[in-house]
Design a protein. Structure first.
Length: 326
């Protein structure tokens, strides 16, 4: 604790009555002692957020982003938006940058794979490129994983299981099982949007036909959000059947444009397919909007940097993320 106080990370916050010895000194975290930057690189928009140690947003920037314009243009946009953040974003108190973007990608190596709709990014070392351009340690993960990690920090008992479904320019899922973010052996977990629901359905950006992503986005583009929600709910029910999760959380700009419609549609679909679970109950899994709204992914990206500082050693995300920060 002396070192924490010397580094400005903790401060005295009063004393408690003695129980026979020296009165106990109460310490509290100093949130503004360090900062983290979270980046959400969507296909057409960049969101940058500066957060303190408590994960609270201090500043935010949003700008158009053309992910298909190639690496130099994307890196220029990121650098420009970070330069426009407050001075704290360029101080020695910034621990690092968490970057979240569409997958698939290799979280451990920091390399993008064939991002749906943008195959030219295949094999690009985005983490290393961002670190060199920004002069800061960088952690890279999928947008849905970042959001789910941030949401997991709010779990009251730290052991909950949920699926975060993100419907925006694409569709993916972030999975938290037993309180831990689940990435899969090759960071491939959560490619929820590319499960096939209709064998002869419309062509998806991944090359297959009838993916739930293609079906949902097609209905949303036609101005049929209720039908898009029903399709999303059917896929969500498959996820619940497979993993027996506690609840489903929804996010992404398409959902946020008609939040009541999507929550109700997914909840109705889950209720229709509710089955007897291991504890004998037949109640449907609850559905709700994810906290954070449009900033859920960017906030979660900042937690890619913050979570290892507070997590127990050996947590599924801790070792890999800490390695990315070194």
């Amino acid at each position: 604790t002396a070192r924490l106080r010397a580094d400005g990370l903790a401060a005295e916050a009063g004393r408690r009555a003695s129980t026979g010895g020296k009165p106990r000194t109460v310490l509290c975290l100093v949130p503004e002692a360090r900062y983290a930057i979270g980046l959400h690189l969507d296909r057409d928009e960049l969101t940058a957020v500066l957060t303190d140690l408590a994960g609270r947003a201090v500043a935010e920037r949003t700008a158009p982003l053309d992910f298909g314009a190639g690496a130099p243009a994307v890196l220029d946009t990121v650098a420009a938006q970070l330069a426009a953040l407050p001075d704290e974003a360029r101080s020695s108190r910034v621990l690092g940058v968490g970057a979240a973007c569409p997958g698939p990608l290799d979280h451990t190596a920091g390399v993008l794979r064939r991002v749906t709709g943008f195959p030219d990014w295949d094999g690009f070392p985005l983490r290393a490129a961002l670190a060199e351009r920004l002069g800061l340690p960088v952690v890279l993960d999928k947008d849905t994983n970042a959001a789910a990690l941030g949401l997991a920090q709010c779990e009251p008992d730290g052991r909950g299981s949920f699926g975060y479904l993100h419907l925006g320019t694409g569709l993916g899922a972030g999975l938290v099982l037993g309180g831990a973010l689940y990435r899969g052996a090759r960071t491939g977990a959560g490619e929820f949007g590319h499960q096939v629901l209709q064998l002869d359905g419309p062509r998806c950006g991944c090359g297959k036909r009838g993916c739930v992503e293609a079906l949902c986005l097609d209905r949303a583009a036609r101005g049929e959000p209720a039908e898009a929600a029903r399709i999303l709910g059917t896929a969500a029910a498959n996820l619940v059947e497979l993993l027996d999760i506690d609840r489903v959380l929804l996010g992404g700009r398409t959902v946020l444009a008609r939040p009541d419609t999507y929550v109700r549609g997914v909840a109705d679909a889950l209720a229709e397919q509710a089955r007897v679970r291991g504890d004998g109950r037949t109640s449907a899994v609850p559905v709700a909007l994810a906290a954070g709204g449009a900033r859920a992914v960017a906030d979660g990206a900042a937690h890619l940097v913050l979570a290892p500082l507070f997590g127990a050693p050996g947590t599924p995300f801790g070792a890999a993320t800490a390695a990315g920060l070194r």
